[in-house]
Design a protein around this ligand. Structure first.
Ligand code: SF4
Ligand code: SF4
Length: 349
């Protein structure tokens, strides 16, 4: 059976309220239910994240349902912006998410250690570790800024829910065994990777960069930061396929907690080559397109790449990272029942 994916073109962005009401994407939400609006608040060095203005009507509609919506994310693994609740809230205020007037909850405790193990029994994980608050809610709406990603090829709903809802331990588990390699003969000792590394894992010795494997958290920020392109992911230790399967298992474990009370909106705007976590997410790969919405996390990500491919006239994500095909997460998501890539696209008019 085909999953429905709804599309609001960017020219009609002012009609986002009408769009979400007509497609019934929030129909599952009842009075007094606690609804997590899972988002990424971005980085103060750029403006690629979802603009709060785009969310005003969504918040109003949810408030009219007399439920308890809150904006939420978890703290990240690495130092710097969003590493703990206090720095994370600075990002929230910088981009003015507080002006939406609903609670903002950084889940999983100050340092991301307040977690609940959830039994899943998949191929890579028997149990996953999820920030406690996400186990105490009635439903979830993923609000995802869609873009490229160094490790997953794309950062869509699956990535938002998997890495974004995991506790610190869960995030480590998904990144395990990913340590980039440096081709030192090409290293010019510029120090960009040292500056960008959020874990303090890189140092220069005799003007050459070295990674401390004990400290590395496998975030791949250095790969993007190197102007000489001499840092790469040794996909022989963990294949892109395995990494993507890991994130799919986490996404499925989280979403299965409230299977019929989940929906998702992907914002196809500021479609950069890299994640909002980075201070420099790289070049914009495609013009702004609009918003897609669905209750199926696989279908919405598949539809998003298909629409972007159509508008750009090429597969911008695969062209950027030919060694990291995002198709693994779509295929594995189907295989373990997270959703289907067989969708019907319904354009809002
Ligand atoms: S992947 Fe690179 S940037 Fe990330 S922690 Fe490891 S060395 Fe640092
Ligand atoms: S960014 Fe690249 S060239 Fe610069 S120090 Fe690091 S590895 Fe060497």
């Amino acid at each position: 059976m085909k999953s429905k994916v709804f599309f609001l073109p960017i020219e009609k962005i002012n009609e986002i309220g009408k769009f979400v009401e007509e497609i019934g994407i929030f129909d599952f939400i009842k009075e007094e239910e606690k609804i997590a609006l899972k988002i990424h608040f971005g980085n103060t060095k750029h403006n690629n994240q979802i603009p709060p203005d785009y969310l005003k009507d969504i918040v109003r509609i949810l408030q009219n349902k007399n439920c308890f919506p809150f904006l939420t994310d978890t703290n990240v693994l690495y130092r710097g912006e969003r590493a703990d609740t206090f720095s994370h809230m600075k990002v929230v205020h910088f981009h003015k998410f507080h002006t939406l007037g609903i609670p903002i909850i950084i889940a999983g405790g100050f340092n991301g250690t307040d977690e609940v193990p959830i039994e899943v029994n998949y191929k890579h994980f028997r149990e996953i570790y999820v920030a406690r608050e996400y186990t105490e809610i009635d439903g979830m709406v993923a609000l995802t800024h869609f873009k490229g990603h160094a490790l997953a090829g794309i950062g869509g709903t699956i990535k938002n829910i998997s890495m974004g809802c995991a506790s610190r331990k869960g995030k480590f588990a998904m990144h395990a065994n990913i340590v980039p390699q440096i081709n030192r003969s090409g290293c010019v000792g510029c120090g960009s990777c040292v500056k960008e590394c959020p874990a303090g894992a890189i140092e220069l010795k005799n003007k050459k960069a070295y990674i401390d494997e004990e400290k590395c958290i496998g975030c791949a920020s250095c790969v993007h930061a190197c102007p000489e392109k001499v840092i790469s992911i040794p996909w022989s230790s963990v294949s892109p396929e395995e990494f993507q399967e890991r994130i799919v298992e986490y996404a499925a474990g989280v979403i299965n907690m409230y299977r019929d009370k989940f929906s998702s909106l992907n914002f196809l705007i500021n479609i950069a080559e890299d994640c909002d976590c980075l201070s420099n997410p790289g070049e914009i790969l495609c013009r702004d397109i609009g918003i897609v919405a669905s209750k199926d996390p696989v279908a919405i990500d598949k539809a998003s790449v298909d629409i972007i491919k159509d508008v750009a006239g090429k597969d911008v994500f695969l062209e950027k990272r030919p060694n990291v095909p995002y198709s693994f997460q779509i295929e594995y998501g189907e295989k373990i029942g997270l959703g289907t890539s067989n969708y019907e696209l319904i354009k809002f008019s």
